[in-house]
Design a protein around this ligand. Structure first.
Ligand code: ATP
Ligand code: MG
Length: 730
C-alpha cells in the first residue's frame, strides 16, 4: 500500500474511510480527484469487487485518465471491471439492459441535438402551428429544462404555475408540443440526452426491483465535481446510494460553473442534510500551483458572497508573479501568446503540451489557431472541432464555395435547403437525377429552370423556391465582381438567413455559433488587409478559400494528444492542470460575459469561472487583454476585465508597461488615449478614454490600406521610442 505514503493527513482520512457517506469539500488543486482515485484503489485492495464500484466523472476524458491511474495501482483487470464514466454514458448503459421496462428496445437510438431538432420541426409542422412563435430550438430548450427538473408531460399538465408561465410567454401550446415530441421520440425508439437521466430516474422510481438490483451492485458510489450535478443527477445518485450509503462526493462550491445547464450548487451544500452522519473532510493544501497563484486565486474568490470560506495554501515555491500583457488588438494578443509560447519552449525547455490557452468563448479560438500555425507550433483545440471544421463555419463556407465553383455539388447539397427554404429532399433528388439523365451539372439545370421545367416534374411552388434560391446565388456572384470578400460574405450570411437562423438559439452553444460566424468574417477582413499589404497579394475569394483549404489540411485532427498546446474554453478545463496557462480576452463584456453580468448571481458564477481558470496553472500565468477588438466588422474599444483589478498588485506585473501611448492620427494631431500617471500606477484601474475606430462595413476596402493610426510607445525612461501601427505586432 505504498500509494498511501504520499498522502497528507486529511487526504489519508478520506481515502481510508471506506464505509458510510463522505464528503470532501475543498479548494482547487488540493487533491480531491487524487483522493477519489486512491480511494477506489484502496477499496479494491481491501477486497471490494471493482464490479461493485460506480465512479461518476464530469467528462469522458477524466474517466479515462482516472482508470489509467487506477490500473497502475491495482492492475488492468481490476480497473476494467469498474463502472466509471459520465452520468450520461453510465446510465445509457443501464438503460440498454433495463429500458424494456419502460417500453424501449435495447438498441434505442440516442438523439443528438440535430436529430432532436429535426423531430421537433416535424412535430411543429404536423401540428400546423406558427413556427415563428414556436421555434424548434426554443421549444426544445424549454423541454430540456422540464426534463432536467423531472417534469414529465403528465407532471407538466398538473402544474398550473408552469402552464401559466408558458401562457404568459405566449407559448400556450407548450404542453401539447411536449407530449407530441415525447411520443414521436418514443415511436422512433429514441432518447435525447436529457431522457438518459429522466428515464433512469423513472426506471428507479417505478420499478423497485430494478432499483434494488442496482443498489446491490453499486455498493460504493463516488462522484467527482459534485458541485456541478443537476437535480436529475442528484436524485439518481441519492436513490442508488440509499441502501448502503457508501457514497463519497468530492467537489468545490467555488468551482460551480454549470448553473446555466441546471447545475445546482445546493446539492453539495445540502449533503450534510441528506446524510446527517456524513464524515466531511476538508483539504487545505494545494499541491498544484505556486504560492503566488494560490494567493491570487484566494483573493479573487473571496469577493463572492455566496461561498464556504476555505483556507487554501501552497507550500510550493512562491513562484513568478502573474504577467499581464495589454495588447492593441485581438490579432496582437494572439501573436503575443504564440511568440511567448515559442520563446518559453526554447528558453525554458518547456514542452508544447505544458501550455494551455484558456478563453471564455469558443469564437476566440480562431485568432490563436492562426497565430500558432504561423509559428508552426502544434496545437489541439478541445471541445469541438478546429475552427474551420465547425458546422456553422462550414455552412457559410459552402455558400462561398458555390460562388467560386457552381459545380461543387457537395456544397450545393449542404446549403440548398439550409436554412430551410422549402426545397425538400424529394425535390433535391429529382433535380440530381434529372441533371444526371441530361448529363449536365445541377447548376446548369438551375440556370435554365424555365427551359427544363416541363421535364422536371416539380410543382410551381417548388419551382419558384428553386428560382429564388438560384437568383440569390447569382446576385452574390455579381456582387463578388465589384465588392470585397468580406462584404460579400457578410451579405451572404445575412441574406441566406443563416445568421437569423442561428440567432434563434439563445443557449450558450447557439450564441457561440453566431460568434463563430462573426469570427469567420473577421478573418476575412484580416485576410484582405494582409493581402493588400503584401506585394502582388490577391484578396480574392478563391485565394481565401484556397488558404483555408490548405491550412485545414495541415491541422489534421487526429485523436493523439502528443506534444501540443491545448486550446479550450475555461468550462472544459475544469479538473485539468498545466504548467503554463495563458488566460486571454480579459475584457469587460467578454469575461465577464455581456450575457452574465447583470445580476450578482451571474457575476459570481463568472468569478468562479475565473477562479477555475487561474487555478489550472502550476507554475506560470499570463493574462492578456486587448484594448480594441474586431467585432461585427468594426473595431470596438474594450475595457480590461474587472477581475484584473480584483487581484492585489503584489501578485501581478505588467509585461509591457506603458507610461505614455500617443495616437498620431492621420491629420497629424497627437491625442493621448492613455493617461497613466505615476500616482495611479495600475494600468487597468483607470478608465480608458473611449475611442472607437470604425470601418463602415459597406464601403469597399480601399486599394491601398493606410494604417488606421500610429501609436508611439515611449519607454518609461524616455530614452527611446518606437512607432507601431495599430494591428501590427508590438
Ligand atoms: P480541482 O479542484 O482542480 O479538480 P483537485 O482537488 O481534484 O483539483 P487534484 O487534481 O487531485 O486536485 O490534485 C492536484 C495536483 O496535486 C495533482 O497533480 C496531484 O497529483 C497533486 N497532489 C495532490 N495531493 C498530493 C500530495 N499529497 N502529494 C503530492 N502531490 C499531490
Ligand atoms: Mg479534480
Amino acid at each position: 500500500m505504498d500509494y498511501l505514503k504520499g498522502l497528507n493527513e486529511p487526504q489519508l482520512e478520506a481515502v481510508t474511510t471506506l464505509q458510510g457517506p463522505l464528503m470532501v469539500l475543498a479548494g482547487a488543486g488540493s487533491g480531491k480527484t487524487r483522493v477519489l482515485t486512491m480511494r477506489i484503489a484502496h477499496l479494491i485492495t481491501n477486497g471490494v469487487d471493482p464490479f461493485n464500484i460506480l465512479s461518476l466523472t464530469f467528462t469522458n476524458k477524466a474517466a479515462k485518465e482516472m482508470k489509467e491511474r487506477i490500473a497502475k495501482l491495482v492492475g488492468d483487470s481490476n480497473a476494467r471491471s469498474l463502472w466509471m464514466g459520465t452520468f450520461h454514458s453510465v446510465f445509457a448503459r443501464i438503460l440498454r439492459s433495463e429500458g424494456h421496462h419502460l417500453g424501449y428496445p435495447s438498441n434505442f437510438t440516442i438523439y443528438d441535438m440535430q436529430d432532436a431538432l429535426n423531430v421537433m420541426k416535424k412535430v411543429i409542422k404536423d401540428m400546423n402551428i406558427d413556427s415563428e412563435i414556436y421555434k424548434a430550438k426554443k421549444v426544445l430548450s424549454r423541454i430540456s429544462q422540464y426534463k432536467n427538473n423531472l417534469i414529465t408531460v403528465n407532471a407538466y399538465f398538473n402544474n398550473p404555475d408552469l402552464m401559466e408561465a408558458d401562457e404568459k410567454a405566449n407559448m400556450r401550446l407548450m404542453g401539447d408540443i411536449y407530449r407530441k415530441y415525447v411520443e414521436a421520440c418514443f415511436k422512433n425508439g429514441a432518447m435525447d440526452f436529457d431522457d438518459l437521466l429522466l428515464k433512469t430516474n423513472e426506471l428507479l422510481t417505478r420499478f423497485p426491483e430494478v432499483l434494488a438490483k442496482y443498489q446491490d451492485r453499486f455498493r460504493y458510489i463516488l462522484v467527482d465535481e459534485y458541485q456541478d450535478t443537476n437535480h436529475s443527477q442528484y436524485l439518481i445518485v441519492k436513490a442508488l446510494a440509499s441502501k448502503f450509503e457508501n457514497i463519497c462526493v468530492v467537489g468545490d462550491d467555488a468551482q460551480s460553473i454549470y448553473s446555466f445547464r441546471g447545475a445546482n450548487i445546493h446539492n453539495i451544500l445540502n449533503f450534510k442534510k441528506d446524510y446527517p452522519d456524513a464524515v466531511t473532510v476538508s483539504l487545505e493544501q494545494n499541491y498544484r500551483s505556486t504560492q503566488n497563484i494560490v494567493d491570487a486565486a484566494n483573493v479573487v474568490i473571496s469577493k463572492n458572497l455566496q461561498q464556504f470560506k476555505k483556507n487554501v495554501f501552497s507550500e510550493n515555491e512562491i513562484g513568478d508573479k502573474i504577467k499581464v500583457y495589454r495588447s492593441l488588438s485581438d490579432a496582437d494578443e494572439a501573436n503575443f501568446v504564440s511568440a511567448n509560447i515559442f520563446e518559453l519552449h526554447n528558453t525554458q525547455q518547456r514542452h508544447f503540451s505544458d501550455f494551455a490557452i484558456l478563453y471564455r468563448t469558443n469564437s476566440q479560438t480562431r485568432a490563436f489557431e492562426d497565430a500558432l500555425r504561423k509559428k508552426n507550433i502544434p496545437y489541439k483545440v478541445y471541445g469541438g472541432l478546429s475552427f474551420y471544421q465547425r458546422k456553422e463555419v462550414k455552412d457559410l463556407l459552402a455558400y462561398l464555395r458555390i460562388l467560386v465553383n457552381e459545380n461543387d455539388s457537395e456544397a450545393l447539397s449542404r446549403i440548398i435547403n439550409y436554412p430551410a427554404r422549402g426545397i425538400g429532399e424529394t425535390t433535391q433528388n429529382k433535380l440530381v437525377v434529372f441533371a444526371d439523365s441530361q448529363n449536365v451539372p445541377v447548376a446548369q439545370v438551375l440556370d435554365n429552370l424555365g427551359f427544363y421545367a416541363p421535364q422536371l416534374g416539380l410543382n410551381n411552388g417548388v419551382l419558384t423556391k428553386l428560382g429564388d434560391f438560384w437568383a440569390m446565388i447569382k446576385a452574390f456572384q455579381v456582387m463578388l465582381k465589384t465588392e470585397n470578400v468580406y462584404d460579400v460574405a457578410m451579405e451572404v450570411a445575412k441574406r441566406s438567413g443563416l445568421i437569423k437562423f442561428l440567432k434563434e438559439d439563445a443557449t450558450p452553444e447557439g450564441i457561440s455559433r453566431v460568434e463563430n460566424i462573426q469570427e469567420l468574417l473577421n478573418s476575412m477582413q484580416g485576410f484582405i488587409e494582409e493581402q493588400i499589404q503584401i506585394e502582388g497579394g490577391d484578396p480574392s475569394l478563391s485565394n481565401f478559400m484556397e488558404n483555408i483549404a490548405l491550412s485545414a489540411d495541415t491541422q489534421t485532427d487526429k485523436e493523439d494528444d502528443g506534444d501540443k498546446v491545448s486550446l479550450m474554453t475555461i468550462h472544459l478545463s475544469k479538473g485539468l492542470e498545466f504548467p503554463v496557462v495563458h488566460l486571454v480576452g480579459l475584457e469587460e463584456n467578454l469575461f465577464p460575459s455581456f450575457m452574465s453580468s447583470s445580476t450578482r448571481e451571474e457575476l459570481e458564477e463568472e468569478r468562479r469561472l475565473f477562479y477555475v481558470a487561474l487555478t489550472r496553472a502550476e507554475k506560470q500565468v499570463f493574462f492578456t487583454y486587448a484594448v480594441s477588438r474586431f467585432q461585427w466588422g468594426k473595431i470596438t474599444d474594450a475595457e480590461p476585465s474587472r477581475f484584473l483589478s480584483e487581484i492585489d498588485d503584489k501578485y501581478v506585473e505588467m509585461i509591457n508597461p506603458v507610461t505614455e501611448l500617443k495616437f498620431i492620427n492621420r491629420s497629424g494631431i497627437n491625442s493621448n488615449i492613455f493617461d497613466d500617471t505615476p500616482s495611479e500606477p495600475r494600468f487597468f484601474k483607470k478608465k480608458e478614454e473611449k475611442k472607437t475606430i470604425e470601418r463602415n462595413v459597406n464601403t469597399p476596402v480601399p486599394k491601398q490600406l493606410k494604417p488606421i493610426a500610429t501609436a508611439r510607445i515611449i519607454n518609461p525612461s524616455g530614452s527611446s521610442s518606437e512607432d507601431i501601427q495599430v494591428g501590427d505586432n508590438v
